[in-house]
Design a protein around this ligand. Structure first.
Ligand code: ZN
Length: 275
């Protein structure tokens, strides 16, 4: 075989061995934009969007920016800033399309969950700071695949992005998905990660945060039991807790939030098609 053919073969094998599985692209508020950058024979570039560091994955022979788009982002032109190993920067434009999310009305018997007392509000403010800090995590980590497992067996009872009203009061949109399951059902890590925070919060109940690396963070809420310690390394499919109904709920379920570059995005984009 000629040197040229060997080189080609080595390149092909290398490409197969290093291909990283991406989530589904959906460039809408609450979705993900995937932007092909430079060939992956070049050093990995450093990408920023709205002052946040952006995940970069190797796929189809290129470095690809995997950009989380906040629900509050206005549709229209946007751009990421890409810095190469020589320190040169270049902008990559992309377009955010619009998406209409459905409205959901929920009724809560516990009025305090809709109209918290002053004491509750102080607690909520304290907890928000902890939660925001966890979502802002960044760790340099090579992720081979972004294909997640469903963290609990059960039907999706509330999709991502619903514009919510609790007892007819407008509240924050649904920042994750709800999976209906009985109390005690095992909750597993959808992807390998490190436990960066656990706690029991006013709205979210018993909670675990997993840092999967490169700005990808999962949050699991309303647990009846937490099965992992802060700082623990967990593998994909490992049990991290049990389904419960702690915090603001209408029944037992798992709420799972996925945050990418500090933007809450639709977890369904990381799952094999379930709808
Ligand atoms: Zn939920």
């Amino acid at each position: 075989m000629s040197n040229k053919m060997w080189a080609l073969l080595t390149l092909l094998i290398g490409a197969v061995a290093h291909a990283q599985e991406l989530p589904s692209a959906s460039p809408v508020p609450g979705g993900i934009a995937i932007l092909p950058l430079v060939p992956d024979t070049e050093p990995v570039p450093v990408v920023h969007f709205a002052d946040q560091r952006i995940m970069v994955m190797r796929h189809d022979g290129r470095w690809q920016a995997v950009v989380g788009l906040p629900l509050t982002l206005a549709p229209g032109p946007q751009m990421v800033t890409v810095r190469d190993s020589q320190g040169r920067t270049r902008e990559y434009p992309f377009t955010v399309q619009s998406k209409e999310y459905a409205v959901q009305h929920l009724t809560l018997k516990n009025k305090r969950m809709v109209e918290p007392t002053e004491e509750d509000l102080a607690r909520i403010t304290r907890e928000q700071a902890i939660i925001q800090h966890a979502f802002a995590a960044w760790t340099d980590e090579t992720i081979s695949s972004l294909r997640c497992l469903l963290p609990v067996h059960g039907p999706v009872s509330s999709v991502f992005g619903l514009r919510r009203f609790f007892n007819n009061e407008p509240r924050q949109p649904h920042s994750g998905i709800d999976i209906a399951a009985p109390v005690g059902a095992p909750v597993v890590a959808p992807l390998a990660g490190t436990v960066i925070q656990t706690g029991e919060y006013f709205f979210n109940g018993k909670t675990v945060f997993l840092d999967h690396g490169q700005g990808l963070v999962s949050m699991f809420n309303h647990l009846s039991r937490i099965a992992v310690e802060n700082g623990a390394r967990v593998s994909q499919g490992q049990k991290i807790g049990e389904v419960g109904m702690s915090g603001r709920v209408t029944g037992p379920h798992l709420h799972w939030t996925v945050s990418l570059n500090n933007s809450r995005v639709d977890p369904a984009l990381f799952l094999p098609k379930i709808k």
